[in-house]
Design a protein around this ligand. Structure first.
Ligand SMILES: Cc1cc2nc3c(=O)[nH]c(=O)nc-3n(C[C@H](O)[C@H](O)[C@H](O)COP(=O)(O)O)c2cc1C
Length: 136
């Protein structure tokens, strides 16, 4: 069966980042990931980033190891999971990678994960996303 690689992490945003700089990260991430068929979400809340990446293994690993992990705009990256899956969470729902910047977008993700709770990754993500709040 075809495998998709996925990585999910939480990190601490550099406290000096401005809203403009955070938006810049969102914009570039959406553009790059859409071009490279990477699905998932990125959000910033309460001084943390939360990201889920899904896509081709070589590309995702290279992006994570050689770009994301060494990016000084965040630190203390805590990996929640990093593995191959046969049923990626975001492949069916989101047609493209999405930076979550509004509470209604976050609600939509939560509802989608809730509906797919029988799948263990969706269940885990659903619980992890609980404490995140977006003030728009
Ligand atoms: C929290 C966080 C998440 C990021 N996620 C991605 C991502 O999913 N895809 C991406 O291309 N860049 C992402 N970036 C930006 C990369 O670290 C890097 O700056 C960008 O890919 C440009 O790299 P380059 O200048 O070597 O081309 C992220 C940065 C941060 C701080």
């Amino acid at each position: 069966m075809k495998q998709t690689h996925t990585i999910c992490y939480v990190s601490k945003a550099n406290p000096n980042l401005t809203i403009e700089e955070i938006n810049e990260i969102f914009k570039l991430t959406e553009e790059n990931n859409r071009l490279n068929h990477v699905r998932g979400i990125l959000l910033h809340s309460l001084g943390n980033f939360f990201q889920v990446l899904e896509g081709e293994e070589k590309y995702i690993e290279d992006l994570y190891e050689n770009k994301i992990l060494i990016d000084s705009r965040h630190s203390e990256v805590f990996e929640v999971y990093r593995r191959n899956v046969t049923k990626p969470v975001f492949q069916n729902y989101f047609s493209q990678f999405q930076a979550i910047t509004t509470s209604s977008q976050l609600d939509k993700v939560r509802k989608y994960l809730e509906l797919n709770k029988r799948d263990s990754i969706s269940e885990k993500l659903s619980r992890l996303l609980n404490p995140f709040i977006i003030w728009d």
